[in-house]
Design a protein around this ligand. Structure first.
Ligand code: UDP
Length: 385
């Protein structure tokens, strides 16, 4: 029986952590692995794991690590002291495990350094595009150097993430692409009556053209582009719902968005629903779902979820989205950060219900065949063996 120690720095519920939940439970239930999750911070991920019967341990990371941002160099001596302190604990804790699965960059740095104290072999699950503006150059060099020398394997969530890793000098031979996996059973129980009720609860009329965005509020997720598109579009029945909250301290951007949306021409069209767990129902209340990242999206979970919800999706043509969507076949692609192109896409879907139906049918098929949870778990299992 395989013994896997999963390590995550953050316990927020972003895409990487939702993927982690699926991998941990799948490894335990379907592959009989003995699993344990160590979180370096407390948060909602802990409750989710505990409710699924997964053993969780919180090992508080040093304060100095919280100050290390993706675009700032790990320059402070304090940060490295924090890494070393956590690494020693992880080295000790991992003694009886076959491997450490590190789910984010800080977790990986700690697990890699733990190798120096005899920690278990490390698999880095990389959910980010390292060349994006989001990561500072030195951070990327540190990550890739540690990966090349100390990681047994690097699992990436798309070819786009793999290419970016290789571009900054990552060793391609260590890389395995494992997409995120999804189960259609979360979407199946939602009946048209439930959708009708949900629309009523949100004050949406049957004739409204409801466009939803399901992403944490962050400048590169592009909520401002959808607001700009709503201002440009000549669609009187257009209504927008934004699902998601600022997860990683980007509250200033969230405030700016709410201010923009409060303007008289938009105020009656826009709703902010905050972070929600009833994604399948909310997706089904929409007529169209927009995934509007202005930077290449490493994977784009929301796109596959929209396909499973059987709603047409418009995504920006970059990164992992290009591995999910074939333009005009199972969704629409528009250039990133281009509000006019987004308006055209929305107008097209508004005017052509038959096109919507075609995209939905092909999208659903695509989600089931390419991103089904059992096959993704199988490739995850291969990748860690
Ligand atoms: N999500 C959620 N509640 C929200 C907003 C988003 O559960 O209020 C989920 C969404 O359904 C998706 C994930 O968060 O599964 C976001 O993943 P994605 O790959 O789109 O973006 P990331 O957060 O990884 O950058």
């Amino acid at each position: 029986m395989k013994k896997i120690l999963f390590l995550s720095y953050t316990a927020s519920l972003g895409g990487g952590e939702l993927c982690l939940l699926d991998m941990v439970t799948g490894m335990k239930q379907d592959y009989g692995a003995q699993v344990m999750v160590i979180l370096l911070n407390d948060g909602p991920l802990r409750h989710k794991l505990e409710s699924l019967g997964i053993p969780v341990q919180i090992i508080g990371a040093a304060e100095s690590l919280a100050a290390v941002k993706t675009n700032s160099f790990w320059a402070s001596v304090g940060a490295w002291r924090g890494v070393i302190a956590s690494a020693r604990v992880i080295a000790q804790q991992s003694q009886t495990y076959d491997l450490i699965h590190a789910n984010n960059l800080k977790a990986f740095v700690i697990a890699a350094v733990a190798r120096l104290w005899g920690g278990a072999p490390v698999v880095w699950h990389l959910h980010d595009i390292l060349t994006a503006h989001i990561f500072g150059k030195l951070n990327r060099i540190i990550a890739v150097t540690l990966a090349n020398y100390l990681a047994a394997r690097v699992i990436v969530n798309s070819q786009a993430t793999a290419a970016a890793f290789a571009q900054v000098g990552g060793d391609r031979r260590k890389v395995r692409v494992v997409y995120n996996g999804f189960s259609a059973t979360r979407f199946a129980p939602i009946t048209p009556a439930m959708v009708q009720q949900a629309r009523m609860d949100l004050g949406l009329a049957p004739t409204d053209f409801v466009v939803g965005m399901f992403s944490r509020l962050s400048p590169w997720k592009g909520q401002h582009i959808l607001l700009a598109a709503a201002e440009l579009a000549h669609l009187p029945n257009l209504r927008l719902i934004f699902v998601g909250e600022a997860l990683f301290g980007e509250t200033k951007y969230a405030d700016q968005l709410r201010e923009t949306a409060a303007q008289p021409d938009l105020a009656h069209k826009v709703q902010w629903l905050g972070f929600r767990s009833d994604i399948p129902l909310l997706m089904k209340t929409c007529d169209v779902i927009v995934h509007g990242s202005t930077e290449p999206e490493p994977f784009g979970r929301v796109i596959v979820e929209a396909q499973l919800a059987q709603r047409p999706v418009i995504a920006t043509a970059a990164g992992g989205a290009l591995e999910i969507i074939q333009d005009q076949v199972n969704g629409l692609l528009v250039p990133p950060a281009d509000a006019s192109a987004l308006v055209q896409g929305l107008q097209l879907l508004h005017d052509q219900p038959e096109l919507r139906q075609q995209l939905v049918a092909a999208g659903y098929e695509n989600a089931l065949t390419k991103f089904g949870l059992p096959q993704v778990l199988a490739s995850f299992n291969d990748a860690i063996n």
